[in-house]
Design a binder for this molecule. Structure first.
Ligand code: ATP
Ligand code: SF4
Ligand code: MG
Length: 383
């Protein structure tokens, strides 16, 4: 194994890295911690007002003592209003870090957005979340963007009653509301996620509820302030299969009722196929393919996406073994300067020897970063 593939470094090197990190982080984290920053610093305009979020060349790194982890390394995609965008890719490819960047919930001070923009549409104006200080971000979280985590107990506090926790979220963003109005809104939210006896549940503690019910409450909590974007990060993986199906059914039903966009993060292509309007395929911190769900499912182009599709079990199709993509993801501390998938790719062409491939438009909406389509798409940009 070459040194490039390992994270082994000497204590002396670690000290040197740590010293450099401290310098960088002081600057980056200092910028985030500022108070009373004028709005003009992070005001921006959407490229397309039909989008709620536009990730534009986002780079999010973790500055660790063994080196800089390039967790998100130039990610660009849009979340159109009222649509569900499915984000798929294998473990560690940067799905969660992308969504945590939008919430400014990265582990600080190590995790930092180092460049790029995250444009968030607020209707009458737009903010660049990548430039927003934590202080200003508090008015955005829950209210404009909310998150459903994988494990419901991450979001619920075991020592407080369900009603109290929902009320707190509502009060935080609706200071003028009376206690009765707040309680009614909490009860309505519990009803909305399909839990019978909403008044009874309001006074229960989280441990008195089943896993599926708890996840419904977390969804209620995410919806209660009518956010524009809901991030659902593996919302069903901690639940058993029948409950998974119910939660997905609930999300689908709610999508029709609320006017929010959903960023749905999952390993499970089946979930994406059922739920998503658009699909974003990530690999090693970058988007390798994106497009309408139909385009990506019916006409996958990137060798990694094709491999993902082949490794998915299909009912009524007998196979001896499911396909698994050979090789492993490059070390996120030492990313190569060529296509990140090249060392695992069985479809290389001569151009793959060169730098990282540009985005190639298969259609107006279907984009793939792979040299195989460079000539076909007239140099990686047009159709
Ligand atoms: N706090 C952290 N410190 C250092 N590296 C981190 C930290 N959090 C995430 N990373 C690294 O960032 C990369 C992306 O992680 P991320 O959690 O976004 O992956 P993911 O696609 O959500 O994976 P999974 O499907 O397993 O949830 C990984 O290489 C991970 O090791
Ligand atoms: S650019 Fe080349 S190495 Fe990378 S995925 Fe495409 S064909 Fe494979
Ligand atoms: Mg994750």
């Amino acid at each position: 194994m070459s040194k490039k593939d390992t994270n082994f470094i000497s204590a002396r090197e670690a000290r040197k890295i740590s010293k450099e990190n401290n310098k960088i982080l002081k600057k980056l984290d200092g910028r985030l911690s500022r108070k009373n920053v004028p709005e003009s610093e992070y005001l921006t305009t959407m490229k397309d007002p039909g989008n709620v979020v536009e990730f534009d060349d986002l780079h999010t790194y973790f500055f660790t003592d063994v080196g800089t982890v390039h967790a998100v390394d130039g990610v660009s995609f849009n979340v159109p209003a009222g649509k569900t965008v499915g984000i798929v890719g294998e473990s560690g490819c940067g799905k969660s870090v992308t969504s945590l960047s939008l919430m400014q919930l990265l582990q600080r001070p190590t995790g930092q957005i180092v460049s790029g923009e995250i444009r968030l549409n607020l209707g009458d104006k737009a903010y660049d979340v990548a430039k927003m200080p934590i202080d200003a971000m508090r008015n955005i979280r829950g209210n404009v963007v909310s998150m459903i985590f994988q494990e419901p107990m991450t979001s619920l506090n075991p020592v407080f009653r369900i009603g109290f926790q929902l009320d707190e979220v509502i009060k935080l963003h609706n200071t003028g509301m009376s206690d009765e109005e707040v309680k009614q809104r909490s009860i309505d939210a519990i009803k909305m996620v399909g839990i019978p006896d909403a008044e009874g549940i309001y006074s229960r503690y989280p441990h008195e509820l089943s896993g599926g019910m708890r996840q419904r409450i977390v969804i209620a909590m995410a919806l209660v302030c009518n956010p524009r974007v809901i991030i659902a990060d593996e919302p069903t993986t901690a639940l058993d299969v029948t409950i998974q199906a119910q939660i997905l059914e609930l999300l689908r039903k709610l999508k029709g009722e609320i006017n929010a966009s959903i960023m749905l993060i999952t390993h499970d292509l089946g979930v994406i196929a059922e739920m998503a309007d658009y699909v974003v395929v990530m690999y090693a911190g970058r988007v390798v393919e994106k497009g309408l769900a139909n385009e990506v499912f019916l006409d996958p182009r990137h060798p990694y996406t094709i491999g993902l599709m082949e490794s998915k079990p299909v009912i009524n199709k007998k196979v001896d073994r499911l396909y698994s993509i050979p090789g492993s993801v490059p070390n996120p501390i030492n990313m190569p300067d060529y296509c990140y998938f090249r060392d695992r790719c069985e479809k290389c062409v001569a151009r793959c020897e060169g730098k990282y491939p540009p985005e190639c438009h298969v259609t107006d909406t279907h984009i793939v970063s792979c040299w195989r389509y460079f000539d076909e798409t007239k140099g990686g940009t047009g159709r």
